[in-house]
Design a protein around this ligand. Structure first.
Ligand SMILES: Cc1ncc(COP(=O)(O)O)c(C=O)c1O
Ligand SMILES: [Zn+2]
Length: 371
């Protein structure tokens, strides 16, 4: 018997966990992990001083790990001075494959391996694919990774080097998802979509537990996240909610969601239509139909966060600013969060007396270099 269940995020129907189960059979809603017991009776990671994070694997020793997490936090002094507020960055590109995805992948691959899965299909803009490829090789799982042919060569080569089968798909990011789903169906293989798998968010939530330690329980009042499907955004909020259930948190932070003007199904100020989609250099957040969109909206509402859209020019500008002023070379998708911060500050959406934390989600070395 599992110590958790899957629950539909829409109609709340419960399911016995199963590697094939990615959506509610009744309403097609996305699924999330719900733990059955109090945290102290559960398989969990220890974050010190009685703080434990429940995990959906039989025991912590079942984790397939490449050393993910425990990323550094830096104060960004020059950018803080420029925008006149206190800004911190958590360097997620220092994870083993160069992006925050390793947190989610480690948990997803561990859970699937503990269920006896030996072959998977995944689709990605590049970073998650590289991450799934790496953890699959460690777990001795055969991985088919679908990625847009327009993804940077560095990411596509990274997927291949770990020994996965790369399926390069022409067209949009959404076309890649369709191709992966069709392949998994045809081959009767496990579709381990990091966007749909309830296990992925159980891994990304470690970010939230870490910042609780990084800041001595005084979590910054604002967290700004670049959002495509929302796996990091939702993982952080799940951590905050779990810490709150354990009565460990005072004031909960506001979570703000940043998207590119060219692909903003969540942040668009007018009703969004997929035909509005346009190319963006922020490939990681170029997701026209995010399956967890209503979950992201709910967190924005609960946390009093804002959704904001950023232009291509501002993304480029902030990628360079971060490198030039702070010595941080991130990919354009990650820079989008900083462009969003500038917008929110200019529109007085953020109180300058409060602190801001931004995950620097991916490495500049894996994407096209700024011109
Ligand atoms: C570097 C980077 N940042 C942010 C994101 C957005 O993550 P999510 O789609 O889970 O919201 C991605 C997704 O590919 C990414 O690669
Ligand atoms: Zn349902």
């Amino acid at each position: 018997m599992h110590h958790y269940r899957f629950t539909c995020t829409k109609c709340c129907k419960n399911y016995v966990p199963n590697a094939l189960n990615l959506r509610c059979e009744d309403c097609q809603g996305t699924l999330s992990v719900q733990y059955k017991f109090p945290t102290e009776q559960m398989s969990s990671f220890n974050y010190g001083e009685g703080i434990s994070m429940p995990i959906p694997i039989p025991s912590p020793s079942d984790l397939v790990s490449l050393g993910e997490g425990n990323t550094p936090v830096l104060k960004l002094s020059k950018i803080s001075n420029q925008l006149d507020l206190e800004i911190y960055a958590k360097l997620e590109f220092m994870n083993p494959t160069g992006s925050f995805k390793d947190r989610g992948t480690s948990m997803m691959i561990s859970a699937l391996r503990s269920m006896g899965v030996s072959e998977i299909v995944e689709d990605s803009s590049g970073n998650a694919g590289a991450s799934v490829a790496a953890y699959s090789s460690k777990a001795e799982i055969k991985a088919h990774i679908f990625a847009p042919s327009s993804a940077p060569d560095t990411k596509l080569n990274q997927i291949k080097v770990y020994g996965s089968v790369l399926h390069s798909i022409d067209g949009s990011r959404d076309k890649t998802t369709e191709a992966a789903e069709a392949f998994a169906k045809e081959k009767k293989a496990i579709y381990a979509s990091h966007n749909l798998s309830p296990f992925f968010i159980e891994g990304t939530k470690s970010f939230g537990y870490e910042i609780f330690n990084d800041f001595g329980k005084e979590i910054p009042e604002n967290i700004i996240v670049p959002v495509g499907n929302g796996s990091l955004f939702l993982g952080i909020w799940k951590a905050i909610t779990e810490l709150d259930t354990q009565n460990l948190i005072g004031t909960k932070p506001s979570l703000h969601c940043i998207q590119a003007v060219n692909v903003n199904p969540i942040a668009s100020p007018v009703p969004w239509n997929i035909s509005q989609i346009a190319p963006t250099i922020a490939g990681g957040i170029a997701v026209g139909t995010p399956p967890r969109k209503s979950e992201v909206r709910k967190v924005l509402e609960e946390s009093n966060g804002f959704a904001n859209s950023v232009t291509e020019e501002s993304i480029k500008e902030w990628q360079i600013n971060l490198a030039k002023y702070e010595g941080i070379f991130c990919e354009p998708t990650s820079a989008a969060a900083f462009a969003g911060l500038e917008n929110l500050v200019n529109r007085n959406r953020i109180d300058k007396a409060k602190r801001v934390l931004i995950p620097v989600t991916g490495s500049g070395l894996k994407d096209a270099f700024p011109e």
